[in-house]
Design a protein around this ligand. Structure first.
Ligand code: ZN
Length: 244
């Protein structure tokens, strides 16, 4: 099965729609790694898109924070303000959908979490050492994580417990996942943080075990205009132009 892996939509509808158009008929299923809302201007519309397209998702820290399930004191000022705004906007239907999101999902060889296998909501998986520490918490050979908004691949070769290779993923990069253990991060749809403002996602084939990184341009200024109208923090509006 061809599967599109998306993460960290952050209520950026223009970016989500551009990615859904790019996916088109290329994938039979779409898996989402959480942070559907928070930061961006269109939380209800993004939740509705997921429901319309039958996209399965796990919960992210921003989804929980906007539901009041996390203490906002752990967020920086801009994130806190955006969360409060989002909480006011969420419809009953959106709220119910977000409440129903699990912390992790497992499909055959694949585990889906927002942060990491040991800390699904909070941990940022950025270093090979942290990946090695997470392996005992991972029941499958392959794992998909989001949360950092940076596209990355970690590979632990067969028989190794102390070696993990890290690779940044660029547009068009392809991987073969046939041996060893892999943790892949598709980057972010709605707020990329690797210096490339284009929305990021990953295509995986669960039979051939191939993965392909994809970047998609979207009308950033449409999202920025909506954020300005909503009175969301200037920093959050600015950063979308640069992808940081
Ligand atoms: Zn996020």
């Amino acid at each position: 099965m061809r599967c599109a892996v998306i993460s960290d939509i952050h209520a950026n509808l223009a970016a989500l729609d551009a990615v859904l158009a790019d996916i088109g008929e290329q994938a039979e299923a779409i898996w989402c790694l959480g942070d559907i809302v928070g930061y961006g201007p269109d939380p209800n519309e993004c939740v509705a898109r997921l429901q319309e397209r039958g996209i399965v998702s796990v919960a992210g820290n921003h989804d929980w924070a906007c539901l009041g399930k996390l203490d906002l004191a752990d967020f920086n000022l801009d994130a806190r303000e955006a969360c409060r705004w989002t909480a006011e906007q969420l419809s009953e239907a959106s709220r119910a959908f977000l409440e129903g999101l699990p912390l992790s999902l497992v499909f055959d060889e694949w585990t889906l979490v927002h942060g990491s296998p040991r800390e699904p909501i909070w941990e940022y998986l950025t270093s090979p050492g942290a990946v090695l520490e997470n392996l005992p918490f991972l029941q499958t050979r392959l794992c998909l994580v989001g949360h950092t908004h940076v596209p990355l691949a970690f590979h632990v070769p067969d028989g190794e417990t102390l070696t993990c290779r890290r690779r940044w993923l660029l547009d068009g990069d392809e991987l073969s996942l046939q041996s060893g253990r892999w943790i892949l991060n598709p980057g972010g749809i709605g707020q990329p943080r690797d210096g490339d403002p284009r929305a990021a996602y990953l295509l995986v084939d669960t039979e051939t075990l191939a993965a392909e990184m994809r970047r998609v341009p979207y009308p950033v200024e449409t999202t920025q205009r909506r954020m300005l109208e909503a009175g969301l923090p200037a920093n959050l509006i600015q950063r979308l132009s640069f992808g940081w």
